[in-house]
Ligand binder design. Structure first.
Ligand code: CA
Length: 555
């Protein structure tokens, strides 16, 4: 496997002119003794994506990347040395006081008009990129029965309804054996509710319940909460007024507001199959009931057709996983460029992963559209700091062995590379965990960085397209929403040629610019959203589990 650059010119990439380290770009790294065109000579072997000191750094001196101190030298580091995590002391977390508030107003960018995709318009105004029957479950106890029924639905019913893409059981581990009245239980409950209402499910809510569980169907989906199927002509519930809805901290009563403004006029009864109903005699009676109910929803979903809608109907969640030091050099900056394009097109883009943006909080609060939005971000970070402190850890618990092997020394360096996914636009809103996004523009959706929990919460927020960057490589995918995966390195993109959708490694190879990959991603998103292209994860049906964020106790 030979890259065009391998064995050719030694190449290192500097993110900011004030940095005193750069990362080695060449496949396979570079041996000691290598001399760069600048005259810098390597004194150590440096693996690909790892850092090299550009100048002599004294003991205690700052190690700067992204023009930020990512650490302090534990001993003198001569120019040309491999700068790895064992040589660095990590800076303390930025205090959440005295932050710059809405100080940076990025120049307004020209609107991007004329871009469209083919989507499924829902009665409430939202737009799906897929046409999926989702079966909600109140509790894990029913998962086996539901799965059995779904296999039969796929084999016996789905072929009769060719306009329906898939049938998905929304399996999870919540619903009973949990302290359901604990204040923080509001998070998993509203997450499940809002997942059921994701635009890709067309408002066809159906529930399988056991009967004796703590999370009763009417608590999960109270009357008026599942009103995505508002009659045509009914004013849409979504709108800017709800936007900063999300100003509440996790665990506050904001959830009830969410429910209330979805349209209380809806009087439709919730469609529930309850396994403990006396009417069921034997297992097949339960399965048949699920099939019978499912067919009614399939008939309505099958009648839907794609229509041309503006790119502003995209609700994109971005996240990264299996990151390396190239993540913040190639893939994430390209995603950030694409984020700006989407915001200019009027779309919604959510960036997330609290522990991966915590160290850049001052960059984020300064980019907030208003002091209220900045305060909402600070509240989310403070809540998460306290949550981590309860477990006697801090944000540094985030990094993995693979991150470090991939050249990321600590969470500060990882965070600087992660934040660039958010581009340069003003941050116009905050979405608390499990809540639904109710406005357009660039939003901070507060979620843990865990790939599955972040993805699950972004589905709840109404995501209809997911972008995922990876450097170490992960086959991540979701059944509910298409996932476009972006590789940070060409070597990964070549080895995982049938798992990676975009190769941002061409930026490090000098074959493409950040803008080129950003535009490529933008066009791919419109194709995938339209159903014209399938992502590799869709092709192979690689589906990770829904993992609910439950900060409340279990019993
Ligand atoms: Ca992640």
């Amino acid at each position: 496997m030979t890259a065009p650059s391998a064995g050719a010119v030694p190449l290192c990439i500097t993110m900011d002119a004030r940095d005193n380290v750069a990362i080695v770009a060449n496949d396979g790294g570079l041996p000691a003794g290598t001399v760069f065109p600048s005259g810098l000579r390597l004194v150590d072997k440096v693996p690909q994506a790892h850092k090299v000191a550009l100048v002599d750094i004294p003991e205690g001196g700052e190690v700067r990347r992204y023009n930020v101190a990512i650490g302090y030298a534990l001993r003198a580091i001569p120019a040309g040395s491999w700068v790895h995590e064992r040589l660095l002391r990590m800076p303390a977390a930025r205090e959440l006081v005295g932050l710059p508030i809405a100080t940076v107003q990025p120049p307004a960018q020209a609107p991007l008009t004329g871009y469209t995709f083919e989507g499924y318009r829902n009665p409430d105004g939202s737009v799906g990129t897929r046409n999926i029957l989702a079966i909600t479950q109140t509790v894990q106890c029913v998962a086996g029965v539901t799965d059995f029924a779904v296999q039969r639905i796929k084999a016996e019913l789905l072929p009769k309804y060719p306009n329906v893409d898939d049938v998905v059981a929304l399996e999870h581990s919540y619903g009973c054996g949990v302290a359901i009245d604990a204040p923080d239980a509001v998070i998993p409950i509203r997450t499940l509710r809002n997942i059921s209402l994701n635009p890709n499910f067309g408002g066809e809510v159906m529930v399988v319940s056991l009967g004796c569980e703590k999370l009763q169907p009417e608590r999960l989906l109270p009357p008026g909460s599942f009103a995505i199927s508002l009659a045509p002509g009914t004013p849409a519930a979504s709108g800017p007024q709800g936007g900063a809805a999300a100003l509440g901290r996790p665990g506050t009563g904001v959830d009830e507001r969410n429910v209330a403004d979805v349209g209380a006029s809806e009087a439709t009864a919730l469609d529930v199959v309850c396994l403990q109903d006396d009417a069921h005699v034997g297992f097949m009676s339960m399965v048949d009931a699920i099939l019978r109910q499912a067919e009614q929803h399939l008939q309505r979903l099958n009648a839907r057709r794609r229509e041309t809608v503006p790119a502003s109907e995209l609700v994109v969640g971005v996240q990264c996983g299996g990151s390396d030091a190239f993540s913040g050099v190639t893939a994430n900056p390209a995603v950030g460029f694409c984020t700006d394009l989407l915001v200019r097109a009027g779309a919604t883009v959510m960036f997330s992963e609290v522990t991966e943006v915590r160290d850049g909080i001052d960059q984020l609060t300064s980019r907030a559209s208003t002091p209220e939005v900045a305060q909402a971000m600070i509240d989310q970070m403070a809540w998460y700091d306290a949550y981590l402190a309860r477990g006697r850890v801090d944000r540094s618990a985030n990094t993995t062995p693979g991150n470090k092997k991939g050249g990321l020394s600590n969470i500060v360096e990882k965070a600087m590379g992660s934040i660039v996914k958010s581009g340069s636009s003003v941050i116009s809103g905050v979405v608390a965990p499990g809540e639904k996004a109710r406005q357009k523009g660039l939003l901070y959706a507060a979620t843990p960085a865990s790939d599955f929990i972040c993805g699950t919460l972004q589905i709840a927020a109404g995501m209809n397209l997911h972008v995922f960057t990876t450097g170490r490589g992960t086959p991540y995918g979701l059944a509910e929403v298409p996932v476009i995966k972006v590789a940070t390195r060409s070597e990964l993109a070549r080895r995982w040629h049938d798992l990676m959708d975009v190769n941002a490694g061409r930026i490090a190879d000098g074959e493409a610019g950040i803008e080129d990959i950003g535009w490529e991603l933008f066009h791919l998103m419109l194709d995938v959203a339209s159903g014209r292209r399938k992502t590799w994860a869709e092709q192979w049906q690689l589906h990770n589990a829904l993992v609910l964020f439950n900060p409340a106790p279990v019993t």
